[in-house]
Design a protein around this ligand. Sequence first.
Ligand code: ATP
Length: 359
Amino acid sequence: MTTEIKNVSKFFGSTHALKSITLSIKTGEFIAILGPSGCGKTTLLKLLAGFDTPSEGEIFIDHQLVSEKNQSTPPEKRNIGMVFQSFALWPHMNVKDHIRFPLLHHRFLQDDLKINIENRLKEVLNIVELQSFAERMPHELSGGQKQRVALARAIAPKPALLLMDEPLSSLDAELRMEMRREIQSLHKVTRASIVYVTHDQDEALALADRIVVMNNGQIQQVGTPREIYDKPNTEFVATFVGKANLIHGEWVDATTFKPSYKNIHSHWAKLDVSADLRKKDLCPIRPEQFSLSYTGEGIEGTIKNVQYQGKEIHYTVDIGPELITIHEDSQYDPFHVDDFVYINLKQTIKSDKPAVTFR
Ligand code: ATP
């Protein structure tokens, strides 16, 4: 089932929460909506679900216009499932009944599910591995188990579109990783289209087929996780996803950059950067793409902060006009606060990418 969002805007009084959003979601696609607090993620999800209507623009689900003014299709008449951050379980219902409920009430239930509700119940309990918890009440479950019940309830009627609003953010770090894997395998099994709202870039990069990066009610960039990380279109995307350093300088040609800091004479070549950033004379460099040295040449700076992170050490280096973040392998630990250092690009960033060279 395809979902089309066409020029959708949403106003709340003077707040322009969504600004002309256009996006099409393919059948079976996993879309992550990624952006900071207040950028409009939940508003967009609510419009897809039918809890609210757009001020302008149209939404089509399975080629049907669902967003018509005054007669928009209510949530229960859309073939969707929803999972919320808060789980939203019913305190008086056991696990089995949570899953049975949509099977008894969902309008889009396929005929085979209608006659085989108990089979589907068993199947779903199996998928989320809650077979032995079927009789438990919500207060007898852990956070992860509760979230699995919420997932099971959402997927039981086999909705064509699954909407998830920060479904893992109330779980601890370890459980989040486990549930991420479960959501991945759930997506494989159900083959539903998923729209997954998050402000956690790792989650979006790990799970999505395509990421929609939003800021301030607008879409900044849509792309595969690799496209978003490797070739951010805008300053916002470069810094929000992967915390790139934005280096000022001059583009000598389409792939060669000359940083404009004193005492650096080398050019950085074979770079692949969006036209927007080139136009602004900026070059985004990830913290892991830089390295530090005591001698040689490069951008001069002084180490301001050192944070040991186990696998890596994170350095903040003051280069005068700005602070640069650098992540070095923690095998090498020679740099300390107040050291004078040179910053250079690593010779090779990724083996399947052209090497970065100095000229
Ligand atoms: P978060 O990650 O914090 O949940 P978000 O990206 O989901 O944020 P939204 O909840 O979509 O952001 O809110 C977008 C903007 O619209 C915010 O400025 C918010 O204050 C405003 N907003 C949302 N709902 C309403 C409402 N019912 N009435 C007035 N303003 C609203």
